[in-house]
Design a protein around this ligand. Structure first.
Ligand SMILES: [Ca+2]
Ligand SMILES: [Ca+2]
Length: 261
């Protein structure tokens, strides 16, 4: 997506968010006056796109159990710039800027009359929990705990290698079946019922990166092309560096109450 278009979408996001505050419809699931019906890990809130949302203790949001998929992203009619690798409609949307993600949340908010947005950095931290890594405390990670840079990448063709950073690394004997992005929810959920918080794609949060305020927004969780302990740690706060964008996506949250912000 071209920067100018992203800016326009950012403006559209602002407009539609304002409109969403005035909306009184409830979308699927009912609840009246924009309130959400009770949701639990076992009985999540399900919106009109079939996205499932579960509570995150200590927050006022319900978080989508998966990253936003290509199909869900395309439902907004915003256009989708596919990556250089092959994807299915159930893979996470990539090549998504922070402005794109905000605009998509604004579209969904207007569509459903609820307040959808990106998670804050603190909310994402609450979702991933206190273990050293999203899968637990051990290093290296157990195979198939998430989509990271594993042995499967050794099978890349010459053309596929051109998609990757030069000198990409691989995590020891770890493997996970997917060279690039994989279908969301392919690996076990965490204790809250959330999939792929670690790996598959980095996820945009609302906040500025603490070291680059006013310059870069923070990304959390690592992606399919990352192999090192520092980036894969639960606490890792990433920012938008020059390089491939095929590892940047997002998941959204919905506020429990229609609190005006
Ligand atoms: Ca992988
Ligand atoms: Ca992720």
């Amino acid at each position: 997506m071209k920067p100018t278009f992203a800016i326009l979408l950012g403006l559209a996001a602002t407009t539609t968010l304002l409109l969403s505050h005035c909306a009184t419809t409830t979308g699927s699931g009912g609840g009246g006056s924009g309130g959400l019906p009770p949701a639990t890990k076992e009985s999540p809130f399900v919106n009109s796109l079939g996205m499932k949302f579960v509570p995150v203790p200590g927050t006022k949001i319900l978080m989508c159990t998966t990253e936003t998929t290509v199909a869900q992203y395309q439902a907004a009619g915003m256009g989708y710039e596919p990556p250089k690798f092959s994807q299915g409609s159930d893979h996470p949307a990539v090549n998504v800027s922070w402005d794109d993600a905000k605009a998509w949340c604004a579209w969904l908010s207007k569509k459903e009359g609820r307040k959808y947005r990106l998670p804050t950095d603190a909310e994402w931290s609450a979702a991933v929990g206190r273990s050293a890594y999203p899968w637990g405390n051990q290093w290296p990670p157990p195979s198939n705990c998430g989509n990271y840079a594993g042995q499967e990448m050794r099978g890349c063709t010459a053309a596929e290698r051109e998609i990757l950073f030069e000198g990409f690394g691989i995590i020891g004997s770890f493997s996970d079946r997917h060279k690039f992005t994989g279908p969301v929810g392919s690996y076990p959920a965490n204790g809250l019922g959330l999939y792929d918080l670690g790996g598959n794609v980095w996820e945009w949060c609302e906040d500025w990166h603490p070291k680059y305020r006013g310059e870069h927004h923070v990304l959390r969780g690592g992606s399919w092309s990352y192999d090192n302990r520092k980036d894969l740690a639960s606490s890792s706060q990433h920012f938008y560096p020059p390089g491939i964008l095929g590892g940047y996506g997002f998941r959204c949250v919905v506020e429990r109450r229609d609190s005006a912000r």
